[in-house]
Ligand binder design. Structure first.
Ligand SMILES: *Cc1c(COP(=O)(O)O)cnc(C)c1O
Length: 426
């Protein structure tokens, strides 16, 4: 067979792009060679609809073992009693929970999408916002932190069946205990979506949502540094007390309801090569080296946020507890949109993403903010002493977005700084 040089040439170009740039997209990371090796393995050839020991296909005796190891490691990592590692992505994990817990038209509550919530938490362009009715809570304008009083008020008034915590652009710790109290008051199911801070939670750097919430969903490719995918967990496998209708009656254990919601509910065959890679990544995340990595991610983020504030930027909530920060560009640059900031920085090989800030005056296509995260550059081996220089380069460009020679000289500086570093330095 002739080699597909067209595609492999593009893969090489993508490797070069990743290698020479400063990657600050908060949801991205670089996986280890062994995670990639598992993903690119013969496990991709296997059909395994069903779950370990209960498959619809023969020949699953090996993938049964690797999927079981992935489940056991996930449980150990988060102190969960049950896990489903089959969701193809974070959005699929969320949709599975919605499918299990809600009927079309049911009300659920999540963080306002304009305040950092995720598309899969009720956006009108996502199934969650069209098949179900979303009500939302927000952050307080003065502090940029979640308004739990508002959450309680909306919960009491709207009686959502499901309350969703977690976000894509929120830099602070969540009060899971308070959320559980609110959920219990109205008999709602509490779901945490820890897609972003999963790695910080797994290492005990942030409060463990699994201890407080009925159901926890996550991605495996953000701070967790595994293959692109999703997962669902529970701290306790409770007998379904919410009257959720299942084909076999309402007393089914919640784990069984969720398993059926993933498959055959919304997915077909699991990606056993990705599940094997999830197992490898979970194994890595259980090591002291990973905990050191996560501590460095936080240190880098805190240093970077402080440096931005020193230079007169408005960091939403005045800092960060986790791996990311959200910056409102308006106080420093009333005319500069997040879109222009993103496009200009990308030309200097610094990758960030535009992001709406709470109470934004611009649309999602323009935005007044940018989101910046440190998981990826920390995997490249950068420590806190490199952060002021990076912030300095970003600041210089944003102060002078039409200065072509500055963009060009910064790009050279960025490439010099990065191109001899391995993608995965741990
Ligand atoms: C990234 C993210 C997701 C979705 O993950 P995909 O794998 O892209 O589907 C879901 N929820 C939150 C809060 C996220 O940040």
């Amino acid at each position: 067979m002739t080699r597909d040089t067209q595609i492999f040439d593009l893969i090489n170009q993508e490797r070069a792009r990743q290698t020479k740039g400063i990657e600050l997209i908060a949801s991205e990371n670089f996986v280890s060679d062994q995670v990639m090796e598992a993903m690119g393995s013969v496990m991709t050839n296997k059909y395994a609809e069903g779950y370990p020991g209960k498959r619809y296909y023969g020949g699953c005796q090996i993938v049964d073992q690797s999927e079981t190891i992935a489940i056991e490691r996930a449980k150990q990592l988060f102190g969960a009693c049950w896990a489903n590692v089959q969701p193809h992505s974070g959005a699929q994990a969320n949709l599975s929970v919605f499918f299990a817990c809600l009927k079309p038209g049911d009300t659920f509550m999540g963080l306002d999408l304009n305040h950092g919530g995720h598309l899969s938490h009720g956006s009108p362009v996502n199934i969650s916002g069209t098949y179900f009715r979303q009500v939302s809570y927000g952050v307080k304008e003065e502090t940029g932190t979640v308004d739990y009083d508002m959450m309680e008020e909306v919960a009491m008034r709207e009686k959502p069946r499901l309350i969703v915590g977690g976000a894509s652009a929120y830099s602070r710790e969540w009060d899971w205990a308070r959320m559980r109290k609110i959920a219990d008051e109205i008999g709602a199911i509490l779901m945490a979506d820890i897609a972003h801070p999963a790695g910080l939670i797994a290492t005990g750097e942030l409060a463990n949502a699994v201890k407080f919430c009925h159901i926890v969903t996550t991605t495996t490719h953000k701070t967790l540094r595994g293959p692109r995918g999703g997962m669902i967990m529970m701290g306790e496998d409770f007998e379904n007390p919410f009257g959720i209708k299942t084909p076999k009656g309402a007393t089914k254990m919640m784990s069984a309801v969720l398993d059926s919601a993933v498959f055959p509910g919304i997915q077909g065959g699991p990606l056993e090569h990705v599940i094997a890679a999830k197992a490898v990544a979970f194994g890595e995340a259980l090591t002291p080296a990973y905990h050191e990595y996560i501590k460095q991610v936080r240190k880098n983020a805190a240093t970077m946020a402080q440096e931005f504030m020193n230079r007169g930027y408005k960091v939403i909530s005045g800092g960060t507890d986790n791996h990311l920060m959200l910056i409102d560009l308006r106080p420093k640059f009333p005319e500069l949109t997040g879109k222009v900031a993103e496009n200009t920085l990308v030309r200097a090989d610094i990758t960030i993403n535009k992001n709406m800030v709470p109470f934004d005056s611009r649309s999602a296509f323009q935005t007044s903010g940018v989101r910046i995260g440190t998981p990826a550059i920390t995997t490249r081996g950068l420590k806190e002493d490199a952060m002021p220089e990076i912030v300095g380069m970003i600041d210089a460009i944003l102060c002078d977005v039409e200065n072509e020679s500055l963009i060009e000289s910064t790009r050279k500086k960025v490439n010099d700084m990065m191109q001899d570093r391995p993608l995965f330095a741990w």
